[in-house]
Design a protein around this ligand. Structure first.
Ligand code: SF4
Length: 732
């Protein structure tokens, strides 16, 4: 609904011939006959800004926005290091926008939230902020071109969007009030921009479907996803950290309310940032754009946060301005930028490069590598496990819970903060990543076991059954049939997450409890210390242990009767291609009875490790695994395989599984949904109907090339995501 701005608007030309602005605010605004929707889009031309004190804008200069004589401007790295605007994508753009931070006075751009009654300033009309929009047009002399401010809007649709940061201005803004250091740039054609300011025209939203352009409680622009009722994911930004974020009004952003921290050690995509000497070199704000992915929680709506090594907690996940690991790439194809909340986009509109960043961020982590975030990680991750540390098993040290190392498993004592306790190990490693790294190696140099990628003959186990059982450490997964093997702690998973990681059930319930964690850490340690020995124990006992769980009853589903089911990695994931190689050997060296009676389901998110192990056996196109094996690869949230790993699907033993938060499931998904994750059903494979056979006892995950999606119901999101959407941005 279009509403008038009302009585404050200057409707007749004033002494300078200007109209269409609001008294007390910027007279450059030309709002009469433009798109002014107090509950939606506000877009209008801006007049020029002649130099000279007291020189008013020229009345007709608002027509510059109608010109189509503009050119694309090349995105540039910058004038060197910290000096100028940096466009890490290096891609040309035809429009850019920066948030006008003058919220009051003669430079403030009106962002009408009212229909005109009342005192504009008292109602905070400037608060939501407006973009100043620039195109590269000819200068008044007609001799050269320059980026010139032509209009203002609170919604700016952009193709090929990226963030540009001027580090110099960013740093200068920290002890001061003013800044123009963050820009949104991309493409929006001439007709589309005309339609944006024309209230009679259809908005060009670049084909983005099922979205609504709305205004938040304070009038700021927000792009909502009609499918979910949540705001779309967005790249946002915080200029200053605040000591007291509950303060509102003018004093909210004052220096006295700013929180400073030590120099920012930098992400891999940029240099370290040091603040001005007048504030002791300290820094404030999010430095880089932060990705915010709104999620519905029981308590409201929250976004994943990131905590850096210093313990600083970012309101979102820091991401590169081009949303891609590499310089020269663009991570987002289209989106809608807003002044207060940033750039909104749909995950479907990510490029392959952007998807990598998105997946990593969903794990509330940051991408670490300026090169390929998967392969580079692996190229340098060849450090061999250096062996146990002497202090392990001592109180406060790694394995303090492990009796085999002199430690003691803590009793299950209820926590003061609530809950039944029994998560001491889980909580310890979460709080002490440095101790965990003693076992798995530093992030950029994870330890790997000694095992040949091309494979080997697994040696026969030479000890007793009991000794083999003790080393093989099979599990009995509650939900799934049969036994599990090579279960590992979720905290030892190596790299980026997927939807499956985010909702990792290995972080929930009994799997996070001390006895289960102790078992997983024993497995991890054994696999690093002596993988061939561990495989030899597994090979020794796998058949007997799995067949003990087999259902021989006459009523059993034929797919189930007399079969032993083995789930690999019911918790955790593969830590190296070597580990895959060891499992391949185990599977290839099965006896005829094992091939006949056992069924293996291997789940993984480690595409690069799987790929490397398969390459060592002739490539993923080779059919080298026996038919009783199904490797189920967890897809990222977009439910498409990253293109660089798509060849994995050539392998007959590889199928995929997706992950859908329950709020996001649509009816067409339901025939591929794991029945045990559907609300109201039993939660065990044996107690639900197999969608393929129609018989009780589902085994779809063991079946090759049968797609499966899991609905997420778990509580892990609550651990990862925080608080209500009302606190989603400190930019208000
Ligand atoms: S799809 Fe079937 S086999 Fe797979 S986890 Fe769900 S119920 Fe079990």
């Amino acid at each position: 609904m279009m509403a008038s701005i009302g009585s404050p608007l200057v409707t007749e030309p004033d002494d300078d011939g200007l109209s269409g602005y609001l008294p007390g605010l910027n007279p450059r605004a030309s709002m009469i006959g433009r798109r002014i929707d107090p509950s939606g889009v506000v877009a209008y031309p801006l007049r020029n800004e002649p130099k000279g004190k007291g020189v008013p804008p020229e009345p007709e200069s608002d027509r510059r926005i109608l010109l189509d004589n503009f050119t694309r401007h090349k995105g540039m790295k910058n004038a060197g290091g910290m000096k100028g605007e940096s466009d890490r994508s290096l891609a040309p753009f035809n429009i850019r926008a920066f948030r006008n931070n003058q919220l009051t006075g003669r430079r403030a751009l009106p962002n009408p939230t009212l229909t005109g009654e009342g005192d504009l300033m008292a109602t905070g009309i400037g608060g939501p902020g407006m973009f100043s929009v620039q195109r590269n047009i000819l200068s008044p002399s007609g001799k050269n071109r320059r980026l010139t401010t032509l209009g203002a809007t609170n919604f700016m649709p952009l193709l090929n969007p990226r963030v540009q940061v001027n580090r110099k201005k960013q740093v200068a803004s920290w002890p001061a009030e003013k800044n123009e250091h963050l820009w949104m740039a991309g493409d929006y054609d001439h007709d589309s921009l005309q339609a944006l300011i024309d209230p009679e025209a259809d908005l060009d939203l670049l084909g983005m479907e099922d979205i609504s352009l709305q205004r938040g409680p304070k009038g700021h622009a927000v792009v909502m996803d009609d499918r979910t009722g949540l705001p779309l994911p967005h790249l946002s930004y915080t200029v200053y950290d605040l000591l007291d974020p509950t303060i509102s009004g003018k004093t909210r952003w004052k220096k006295e309310n700013r929180d400073y921290r030590d120099v920012d050690a930098g992400q891999d995509w940029r240099e370290t940032v040091v603040g001005p000497s007048k504030i002791g070199g300290k820094v404030t704000g999010s430095i880089d754009p932060v990705l915010r992915i709104p999620q519905r929680l029981d308590a409201g709506v929250g976004v994943p946060r990131y905590t850096d090594e210093t313990g600083y907690r970012f309101h979102g996940i820091p991401v590169p301005p081009n949303f891609a690991a590499h310089e020269g790439e663009l991570g987002i194809r289209r989106g809608i930028a807003t002044p207060g909340k940033g750039l909104f986009f749909r995950p479907e509109d990510l490029t392959d490069a952007g998807r990598d960043v998105f997946e990593t961020a969903k794990r509330n982590d940051v991408i670490r590598l300026s090169g390929d975030s998967f392969e580079d990680a692996w190229d340098i991750a060849k450090a061999r496990f250096p062996g146990r540390k002497r202090e392990w098993g001592q109180p406060g040290e790694m394995f303090f819970w492990e009796s085999r190392l002199g430690g003691k498993l803590p009793p299950a004592v209820a926590y003061d903060k609530g809950g039944g306790g029994n998560r001491d190990i889980f909580d310890f490693v979460e709080a002490n990543p440095d101790k965990l790294e003693q076992l798995i190696g530093p992030r950029e140099d994870r330890f790997v076991p000694d095992y040949p990628l091309e494979g080997m003959e697994i040696p026969s186990f030479s000890g007793s059954k009991e000794e083999a059982d003790k080393l093989a450490l099979f599990g009995n997964p509650n939900k799934m049939p049969g036994i599990s093997m090579l279960d590992m702690p979720m905290h030892t998973c190596h790299i980026t997450g997927s939807g499956a990681c985010e909702a990792c059930y290995a972080a929930q319930n009994k799997m996070a409890f001390n006895p289960a964690q102790r078992k997983y850490y024993r497995n991890k340690l054994a696999s690093l210390e002596d993988l061939p020995g561990m495989m030899s124990a597994i090979q020794e006992r796998m058949y007997d242990r799995a067949m003990k769980t087999a259902d021989y009853s006459r009523s059993a589903n034929p797919d189930v009767r007399g079969k032993g089911f083995i789930r690999h990695k019911a918790s955790g994931d593969f830590g190296s291609p070597e580990e895959f190689s060891a499992v391949f050997d185990l599977l290839q060296q099965q006896t005829p009875e094992e091939l006949r009676d056992l069924r293996h389901w291997i789940s993984t998110r480690q595409y690069p490790y799987l790929m490397e192990a398969m390459e060592a056996r002739g490539g993923p196109q080779e059919d080298f695994l026996p038919e009783n094996v199904n490797i189920r690869v967890s897809l990222p949230p977009t439910n498409t395989m990253p293109s660089k790993f798509s060849d994995l699907e050539l392998n007959p033993a590889v199928s995929t599984s997706g992950f859908i938060p329950k709020e996001f499931a649509v009816p067409s998904d339901m025939n591929e949904i794991c029945p045990a994750t559907i609300h109201g059903n039993q939660q065990k494979c044996d107690e639900v109907i197999d969608p393929d056979t129609g018989l009780m006892g589902c085994r779809r995950c063991f079946r090759r090339k049968a797609p499966v999606n899991y609905l997420e119901h778990g509580s892990r999101l609550k651990d990862l995501l925080e608080n209500a959407y009302a606190r989603m941005s400190q930019n208000n």
